[in-house]
Design a protein around this ligand. Structure first.
Ligand SMILES: Cc1ncc(COP(=O)(O)O)c(C=O)c1O
Length: 429
């Protein structure tokens, strides 16, 4: 029995007593990891994997970055947690984020994760506008707590959790499979007309919550003017524009803030995941002062929100993004990666759309008639474990392979991935 088999055996026994939240993979192929370094993961028998998921973009700085570990240990030795009082680390981090933020006079609120930031945005929007509902997009993902689920069309969970439906759903510009059947050259963003229709028929809407690219449900990238169009609609109707950058922020799209890529300033920006280098859960809402100060002390928050340990690590995690030019690298290496994938696979009959922005890339698998090849995508994901690659998949048809490597990935490592990926595709008949 290999060490991995021993762990799997143990996992099987414990999974029998646990819920099935972790049963994503076929049992014998489930990867078990004991070590991570840079863009690589290792199993108990020393087998190495290229990690193309990077903790769902929580590890933009890579696994076990020495500076982030050292910061974690330093902060742990000094101060880990207080009550709702201030700490030096929290003050410095708020100052740093406010200075970085594209929103003038940014005020920062900290919490412990993405879903909590989304719930906070909902509360702030209601307090500021007096209106409790939002417009959100098909195939978006904003979290799995009741408050975050209430803001988007999460069919998988809605009936089970009986959460309120505080949203109106509209089309995301998914140009490869246009939701309103148009061609990008001449569409004039007709997919967004539905927003006007919703606004004409309802007066309880306080904001629009949007992902800069569809993350957990896709790796689908909108055209360049999308954010500007949303900004204009929000301005015309006095709605708040909430940019959920929990997955696509902090360098992922090739800029510190995803909204920078679209040259647009939202009213609230939501961050989490790589904010504390994947070492400690932390989220932040960055917003206009007038909005952030509309609610009283204690309305938002939780025991560990903005803990000194998280904030100390976050200061270093941001420093690493800045000092190692990871936003720029994301843009340059991402472009190279996308081009190489197109070179290799654009003419292959199994591949449809190959698209990306920075180091977020989606590879769409299709059947002969062009429809989504979800089963094939699952097969490729599982075969990839054998070839030493960790991949994620998503999309409305569950047929999009997502690439979200750490932003430290080099062109050589991209080539290594492509070599392994070609071997995987050769095994498909
Ligand atoms: C865009 C987006 N919003 C919100 C969330 C929820 O974050 P968390 O899982 O930290 O609650 C996620 C998580 O994947 C996300 O990608």
């Amino acid at each position: 029995m290999t060490k991995k088999e021993k762990y799997l055996d143990l996992a099987k026994k414990s999974l029998a007593r646990m819920d099935n939240s972790y049963k994503y993979f076929p049992e014998e192929d489930t990867p078990v990891f004991v070590k991570g370094k840079g863009v690589r993961l290792y199993d108990p028998d020393g087998k190495e994997y290229l990690d193309m998921v990077s903790g769902y973009s929580a590890l933009n700085q890579g696994h076990t970055h020495p500076k982030i570990i050292s910061s974690l240990l330093k902060q742990a030795n000094r101060l880990t947690h207080t009550s709702a009082t201030l700490s030096d680390a929290k003050v410095l981090l708020a100052e740093k984020l406010a200075n970085m933020s594209p929103i003038p006079n940014t005020v920062v609120h900290f919490d412990i994760g993405g879903s909590r930031a989304v719930e906070g945005a909902k509360i702030l929007t209601t307090a500021y506008t007096g209106k409790s509902k939002m417009i959100s997009f098909n195939n978006s993902y904003h979290g799995r707590t009741a408050g975050s689920l209430s803001l988007y069309n999460a069919d998988d969970f809605k009936d089970l959790l009986n959460v309120p439906k505080d949203y109106y759903k509209t089309h995301y510009p998914y140009c490869y499979r246009c939701p309103v059947g148009k061609k990008i050259e001449s569409c004039n963003y007709q997919c967004l007309d539905k927003i006007q229709h919703i606004l004409d028929n309802n007066n309880d809407i306080g904001g629009i919550i949007v992902e800069p690219a569809l993350g957990s449900r896709g790796y689908i990238f909108p055209p360049q003017k999308f954010y500007k169009k949303i900004r204009r609609i929000c301005d015309e109707h006095e709605l708040l524009f909430i940019s959920d950058e929990i997955q696509m922020g902090l360098g992922r799209l090739g800029a510190m803030f995803a909204c920078d890529k679209f040259e647009t300033i939202p009213d609230l920006i939501l961050l989490s995941k790589s904010l504390a280098g994947g070492m400690w859960p932390l989220s932040a809402i960055l917003g206009k002062k007038a909005i952030m100060e509309r609610i009283g002390p204690g309305t938002l928050g939780s025991t560990f929100a903005g803990a000194p340990l998280a904030c100390g690590v976050a200061l270093t995690s941001i420093e690493v993004l800045e000092n190692e030019n990871l936003c720029e690298k994301s843009e340059i290496v991402g472009e190279y990666f996308l081009e190489r994938l197109r070179d290799e696979f654009a003419d292959h009959p199994l591949f449809g759309n190959i698209d990306g922005m920075g180091l977020a890339i989606g590879l769409e698998l299709i059947l002969e008639d062009g429809s989504p090849a979800g089963d094939l995508c699952e097969k490729i994901q599982h075969l990839s474990f054998k070839e030493g690659v960790l991949l994620q998949r998503g999309g409305p048809g569950k047929n999009i392979i997502n690439m979200i490597p750490a932003l430290i990935i080099t062109k050589e490592e991209v080539e290594e991935f492509i070599g392994r990926f070609k071997k995987i595709i050769e095994q498909i008949h």
